[in-house]
Design a protein around this ligand. Structure first.
Ligand SMILES: [Fe+2]
Length: 178
């Protein structure tokens, strides 16, 4: 039995792969895509409170998935919230930690959050933090007394993006909808 230790071809050439369901894929798949995040061409920075902004990158209403970059522009807090789904984040710039945990995320680091966790996000970096997120499921926000305030889910994120686009005459980008 052969065990692959590296990709079998390194030829810089497109190879036709005989996948049996090519036509189904063409008819039914939403398709892969590239979303630029370095500029505002694909998606603008949408204000999120006074000190933060969100660049929305993808929405999948079937699975309740939303992807974006959260930019906290200086030292600041994103108040206590409870996750009902699974969160994958990568720190892109600056640093961030949670009051509840003993680690500090730095650029390139992976953050995993699981359903049922509640925590309070803090950046003490002078330039704040940029966090890429691939997130699933509702996020419940609580006030400083632990009272439930509001829920952010895929519909909330879509509304956040589309409202800003409408108010600023920015066309809605269909590439963001999976
Ligand atoms: Fe979180």
């Amino acid at each position: 039995m052969n065990v692959m230790t590296a990709p079998p071809s390194s030829k810089k050439e497109i190879v036709d792969v005989g996948f049996a369901h090519r036509e189904l894929v063409a008819r039914l798949s939403p398709g892969g895509r590239y979303i630029d995040a370095q500029t505002d061409v694909d998606s603008p920075w949408v204000p999120f409170g006074e000190n933060a902004a969100i660049k929305h990158l993808a929405f999948d209403v079937r699975q309740g998935i939303f992807s974006n970059i959260l930019w906290v522009k200086g030292p600041g807090v994103v108040g206590t919230h409870l996750h009902r789904g699974t969160i994958v984040m990568v720190c892109l710039e600056g640093s961030v930690r949670y009051l509840e945990y003993d680690w500090v995320a730095s650029p390139g680091g992976l953050i995993l959050e699981v359903p049922g966790e509640s925590h309070t996000l803090v950046t003490e970096h002078p330039e704040g933090v940029k966090l890429f997120g691939w997130m699933q499921g509702p996020i419940e926000f609580y006030d400083e007394n632990g009272n439930y305030a509001d829920t952010s889910d895929v519909w909330w994120f879509i509304n956040h993006y589309e409202t800003y686009c409408r108010e600023n005459d920015i066309p809605i980008n269909p590439k963001l909808y999976l």
